[in-house]
Design a protein around this ligand. Sequence first.
Ligand code: SAH
Length: 502
Amino acid sequence: MVRKIKNNVIFAGAGPGAPDLITLRCLKAIQHADLIVYAGSLVNPEILKHAKSSCKIVDSATISLLEIVKLMKDAFFQGKKVLRLHTGDPAIYGAIAEQMTELDKLKIPYEVIPGVSSVFASAAALKTELTAPGVSQTVILTRQSGRTPVPHGQEIANLAKHGATMAIFLSSGDVKSLTGELIRGGYSPETPASVVYRASWKEEKITRGTLADIDDKLEASGFIGRQAMIIVGDVLDRKKGGKSLLYDAGFTHGYRKAAEERIGESENRRIGDFKGKIAVYAITAEGLSTAQKLLSCMKHGLLFAPERFKNSSVKNSGTEFFKEGEFDEALRRTWSKFDGHIFLMATGIVVRKISKLVGSKTTDPAVVVCDQRGNYAISLLSGHIGGANRLAKFAAEVLGGQAVVTTATDVQNLMAFDEMASIEGWKVANPEMIKVLNSMLLEGKKIGLLIPKDIFKKYYSSKKNLSHISKATGLKTSRFHGAVVLNMNIKSTSMPVLKLSS
Ligand code: SAH
């Protein structure tokens, strides 16, 4: 379909640089334009060759916004076709909004033609998928604050908390401070980081490294300039990408460490959304092979199996064998040493075996039961604080089965307060109030939350009956039926309060 060019001012994305990376629509606009104002250093002059010989071409780098607008206005009212060419896609750091505002004032109509942004040209140069399953499903396009400050809350360190892929524009001036901020925000120094200088241009140059060494590598290569895109994230490491959960940051393949060493490990790594060490128990051959699948996706997991399997295909280095008839004994030893237990056997066996060990909601480990084939993963005990619901979901995802979660809040798709506390690594100071506040949550009662605003937003921003409050004085009984507070020793008020501590 051939579009007729209307008499609008056109803002068009001229792509990342390569002259054949412009859209056909942009090409047509160039061919018909009487005036082209283009962003000098970033738009490849090659593409301007398509313009008519009579077309007036102006480099916007040399003039101010008002001068640009005046040029466009005069040409427009003389009936000329005006084209404003921006690098990449005009919607990203194109400063088109301010130009449009001026055109609105003058009642001059305009339209926008999208373009290939340099972020995608850079991803193409790196041959990377920015949204690899199980690694990152989010891309943050951002910049470091410079002459243009970034709004509060959008600082690099804050955005880094998500662990998502980040594409950082306009920030190659001080890569050292940038990587420092990223690490401070939560990325490990080993996180892959790549810089693409002039993606898609003849001069394109790629520097690959990690947050720890990219700055030195750039210095050594000498390829750093304003036209550089910085991409950060585990997606850059293909080994970690493309295979669903199995390669998540907290997972490694296979066993590498001796069993005892693993039990002793204190590091609290993420297993999916579950934090901690996991014991897996299997008592049948099929259960054992299912267990191995689970363990191949965990860093801190240990398999427990009866001695008769010692000479089977089980990888002995990661397995502890117990004598026939000593399962109870083994479980007594492991119960409180592990944060989570996954049993690949009948639920009845597990209920009987753990019944003597179960203590309290705040201290019991997570217990998940799977059938030996891994068709179902049942969250049996400590769904929220212990994290069994998350562990069940993890097991189901790895085994291709179905997680069975029966907690009311999960059924209603609500984030229970004790679950939120557990995910954030907070403790519940008065566990007897968990039930009270979660019931209020289920019933849609009004609750005030005195917790950090970003955390409130993360879990509850869409819930109309929940309000974020920033000071204890905001906790008025007239406004709320209950409250959830973090690190605050609120004297007993007439309303129920769930107290959390970080
Ligand atoms: N609208 C443009 C971005 C303009 S801001 C787009 O969509 O791509 C200018 C910044 O974009 C530069 O500082 C640099 O970070 C990035 N950039 C533009 N062209 C680039 C290219 N060819 N290679 C790498 N980065 C580029």
